[in-house]
Design a protein around this ligand. Structure first.
Ligand SMILES: Cc1ncc(COP(=O)(O)O)c(C=O)c1O
Length: 442
């Protein structure tokens, strides 16, 4: 049988990495090089187990990224391995042109975790961006309106529709395919344009709809905590009021739960539930499959019915192996009490980080919920000037110490902590210790 990967000879890791770098540059697309986390010293990952990943030399790291929040339960979780493996043996794919029970079981089990009230249904796809695009198509089909509102500092993915709503110039194209999106001011309570308030952001949203749309919109999309924007939580009341404004303008309310869903926030299963705001459409992805590519739109039945006016098909949607993996996520979150665990681990981490903030002037702000936390690094707490280079050095020290802790925000100065939900309190204490030492070395 062919070997899955090559392992580095123990004495020659540098040559191994440079060989991979050359081969990757030769045979894979250049766009891959635009998002490297450690561009000057790439990290090769060979294996994952629980909350840890291992490089080609066997060195272990605590993965505080959960591979972009995709690993919810942990790497190689035995329940995911068993459920997906069993389905793999039985039948690895069945298109939605036929019946298969796995995606139906998944939809039933997922809907049991949605808030009571709306008559929800599920449509499965393969990635977050695809699900976002589908949500926009549904909103447009249902309302008959075209324009959509998203927030500045938002990230909703990079297909043409999704990237129209993503609000970073470095992710956008000068293309007619991206038209129809308006970006309202995001209510950032740490460094937002109007400060730590609520009403001015809401009136700016009203003005954006008035000035930049025909006054009637297809919908508005919100991340309950903006993830790629640097972990910026929506302040209490914002989602509820913004949804009201959206509905007054004829639009549907979309919650992007690609990062905030499935109990990661600890206090609630879904991010919107912390805001007393019920959306019309919910978008899911990332940790939904514990590493398997699967995503979904959950919406009201009448919205799905409006969308059924056109034929929509997606070859791999509802793939039974990915559906089985996604079922393992729902099961293990319940069986192992991972939502409550995310809450207690998140509190320990947040408290520890706030203590470090008292000792290290470089930490400007610590924020987020559960196991979705952000640490904003600043040179000066009053001007909030981003401490980019300092953060790079801290990140390199953390890597040496065995912690993959990376920055992600448009100003490149916010560490984002989103570990697998099986992280332990001991891991958190070790992480805090290492971070303390990495900061002290500045
Ligand atoms: C909040 C949010 N929505 C949508 C997406 C798009 O997901 P994908 O990368 O799977 O297309 C992302 C990806 O990072 C995201 O963070």
């Amino acid at each position: 049988m062919q070997k899955a990967v090559t392992l580095a000879p123990a004495n020659d890791a540098t040559a191994f990495i440079s060989n991979l770098a050359q081969r990757r540059a030769r045979c894979m697309s250049a766009s891959l090089g635009t998002t490297m986390i450690y561009p000057h010293q790439p990290l090769t990952l060979v294996r994952g187990q629980g909350q840890y990943v291992f490089d080609e030399t066997g060195k272990r790291y605590l993965d505080c990224t959960a591979q972009n929040l995709c690993i919810s339960l942990g790497f190689a979780h035995p329940v995911t391995v068993a459920m997906a493996g069993e389905q793999m043996q039985l039948m690895q794919h069945c298109t939605s042109l036929f019946f298969n029970e796995q995606p139906i079981l998944y939809a039933e089990e997922l809907l049991a975790r949605m808030p009571k009230g709306p008559d929800w249904v599920v449509q499965l796809v393969n990635s977050g961006s695809e699900a976002i695009d589908l949500a926009y198509m549904m909103a447009r089909a249902h309302t008959g309106y075209f324009e959509l509102v998203s927030l500045r500092n938002a990230y909703h993915g990079l297909q043409f529709g999704a990237s129209g709503s993503t609000a970073f110039s470095y992710n956008r194209w000068s293309s007619a395919a991206m038209q129809g999106f308006v970006h309202a001011m995001h209510p950032d309570q740490y460094k937002g344009a109007f400060g730590a308030v609520l009403e001015p952001y809401l009136s700016e949203l009203r003005r954006s709809i008035f000035s930049s749309t025909c006054g009637r919109i297809a919908g508005m999309i919100i991340e309950p905590i903006q993830g790629s924007g640097g972990v910026v939580p929506m302040p209490p009341g914002y989602m509820r009021e913004a949804f009201k404004i959206t509905r007054e303008a004829g639009g549907l309310c979309i919650s992007d739960e690609v990062q905030t869903g499935f109990g990661r926030l600890g206090s609630h299963y879904w991010g919107f539930e912390a805001h007393d705001a019920i959306p019309d459409i919910v978008v899911l992805g990332k940790g939904m499959g514990n590493g398997f590519p699967i995503a979904a739109v959950v919406c009201r039945r009448d919205i799905a019915e409006s969308f059924a006016k056109v034929r929509f098909f997606n070859t791999y949607a509802g793939n039974p192996v990915a559906s089985a993996a996604a079922r393992s996520v729902l099961k293990v979150i319940d069986d192992e009490g991972l939502q409550a665990h995310a809450l207690s681990c998140g509190e320990r981490l947040l408290t520890g980080l706030r203590k470090l903030q008292g000792r290290h002037a470089l930490i400007g702000d610590v924020r987020g919920a559960g196991l979705m936390l952000g640490i904003e690094m600043v040179r000066d707490r009053s001007t909030r000037e981003p401490a980019v280079d300092e953060g790079e050095r801290v990140m390199a020290r953390m890597r040496d110490a065995g912690f993959i802790m990376v920055k992600g925000s448009p100003t490149r100065n916010t560490f984002r902590l989103n570990p697998p939900m099986c992280i332990t309190l001991d891991d958190i204490d070790a992480l805090l210790d290492a971070f303390d030492r990495a900061l002290a070395a500045e």
